[in-house]
Design a protein around this ligand. Structure first.
Ligand SMILES: [Zn+2]
Ligand SMILES: [Zn+2]
Length: 437
């Protein structure tokens, strides 16, 4: 796939990237002052701007490992193209820190989820080693600051959709030793043995309420995550699950990729949960998809097209094998399982926006409305970026170079100090508290 974005500027010299990054941060201030916005490519360079390597520009909910594993791409190469997130374009857009979420979607079986966690984690660690000149795994906020100061991308490792659906404490302990520092508690694929998931209907139509939130095993997991210093991510839990996680955790928690219901008017996290997260010292990351009232109204008026737009993603996260595992299996089952799932992942890259939806794609200013709402509700210490860019759907960003647009939009609704918090310092504070608790 070819694209006409800023890929050619995604692999410039380090100094160029730093200048671009600073120009990018200046975009927020310029936006606030009504000055022209900077774009994410060459014209964003501000060669005379002083370098500030301490500035963190962080997306707290990224998916790139699955792309390496299933698509076979090299996301530091500038010719990746298409939708979704990659290092080259995000770096060109000023990003220097992420929480990467290995995603075990589809590997819902109790036996296969830890297997898939290990495969994906190994993929990420090998990739980080092979690209050590451009990135490194961060285990602590201090690590992240050192990596950023060396002009590389700092990568915290997280997990979405489950590391082990039985929640084995020793499995968690082992994954922690491999670098896992953030875990999304509820699955995106229907069920686990410790908490309800709001996304349960995606897995064969399961009901979202089974335990009424957490069960006893879930509470043990919360305590273990607190003991280890693993960040607890609430997203995809039912409201009950979220409320109980906030109450049970000794440390701050986050909801990493959320739409604010009071702004969207339809779906999203409620004010009372945002207030409870803030009271605990945590934060809410604002999602990049489906966030505007205009898009929701368009979807309500065009349900068939809207469903078709989501069909590739729902087919992927809701994958169930079309065949049983037979007695005497010696690997045939998982080979076929992998093949079927890979086809569903790769289908995401065929996504094309329906022309009738194009005018309703959320704008950067509509995204910033959610941030502003959270600031007004609980303060600027409790909101961050969590775009969840993935192939297969529309996002506020045409591609990952356009983080610049979001910072410019923030500059129109809040102060430069608050932008520093929202773009990274809030996550650093939360990680510090989680690891000190
Ligand atoms: Zn998610
Ligand atoms: Zn996600």
């Amino acid at each position: 796939m070819t694209f006409t974005g800023a890929a050619h500027c995604g692999h410039g010299a380090a100094a160029t990237t730093r200048r671009r990054f600073l120009g990018w941060m200046g975009a927020g201030v310029a936006g606030a002052a009504g000055l022209p916005q900077l774009s994410g490519c060459g014209d964003a360079e501000a060669a005379d701007t002083p370098v500030d390597p301490t500035q963190i520009v962080m997306d707290g909910h990224v998916h790139v490992t699955n792309r390496i594993y299933w698509e076979g791409i090299d996301p530091w190469q500038a010719n990746v193209g298409g939708g979704g997130w990659d290092f080259a374009r995000a770096r060109a857009g000023g990003v220097n820190c992420i929480i990467e979420n290995i995603g075990t979607y589809g590997y819902w079986n109790y036996d296969y989820t830890p297997k898939q966690s290990l495969r994906l984690l190994d993929t990420l660690l090998n990739y980080a080693t092979a690209n050590a000149d451009k990135m490194a795994i961060a285990l602590t906020p201090a690590d992240a600051r050192r990596i950023i100061a060396s002009n590389r991308m700092a990568v915290f490792v997280g997990c979405e959709s489950g590391f082990d659906h039985e929640g084995d404490l020793l499995v968690l302990d082992a994954l922690y030793k491999l670098g896992l520092r953030s875990v999304q508690f509820a699955t995106q694929t229907g069920f686990n043995a410790f908490a309800d998931s709001a996304a349960a209907p995606l897995q064969g139509g399961q009901a979202p309420v089974f335990y009424g939130g957490l069960n006893d095993n879930g509470r043990k997991l919360v305590a273990k995550m607190n003991d280890l210093g693993i960040l607890i991510d609430l997203t995809h839990g039912t409201p009950q699950t979220m409320a109980q996680l906030i109450a049970a955790s000794r440390a701050p928690v986050v909801a990493s990729h959320e739409v604010v219901k009071s702004v969207s008017g339809t779906t999203g996290i409620t004010d009372d949960l945002i207030q409870a997260i803030a009271a605990k010292g945590g934060l809410v990351g604002i999602h990049g998809t489906g966030i505007s009232k205009r898009y929701a109204q368009w979807a309500a008026a065009n349900p068939a097209i809207a469903a078709a737009e989501n069909s590739l993603i729902t087919a992927m996260v809701g994958y169930q094998p079309s065949f049983p595992r037979l007695p005497g299996d010696h690997g045939e089952y998982i080979a076929r399982f992998d093949s079927e799932f890979q086809a569903r992942w790769r289908a995401l890259t065929t996504f094309r926006e329906d022309p009738s939806a194009a005018n309703f794609i959320p704008t950067a200013d509509e995204w910033a409305e959610h941030v502003k709402y959270v600031i007004d509700l609980v303060g600027a210490d409790h909101v961050a970026l969590g775009l969840d860019l993935a192939p297969g759907r529309t996002s506020v960003l045409p591609n990952a170079t356009h983080y610049t647009d979001l910072i410019a939009a923030l500059g129109r609704v809040t102060t430069a100090d608050n932008i520093r918090k929202i773009s990274g310092e809030n996550y650093m504070r939360v990680f510090s508290q989680v690891q000190a608790t």
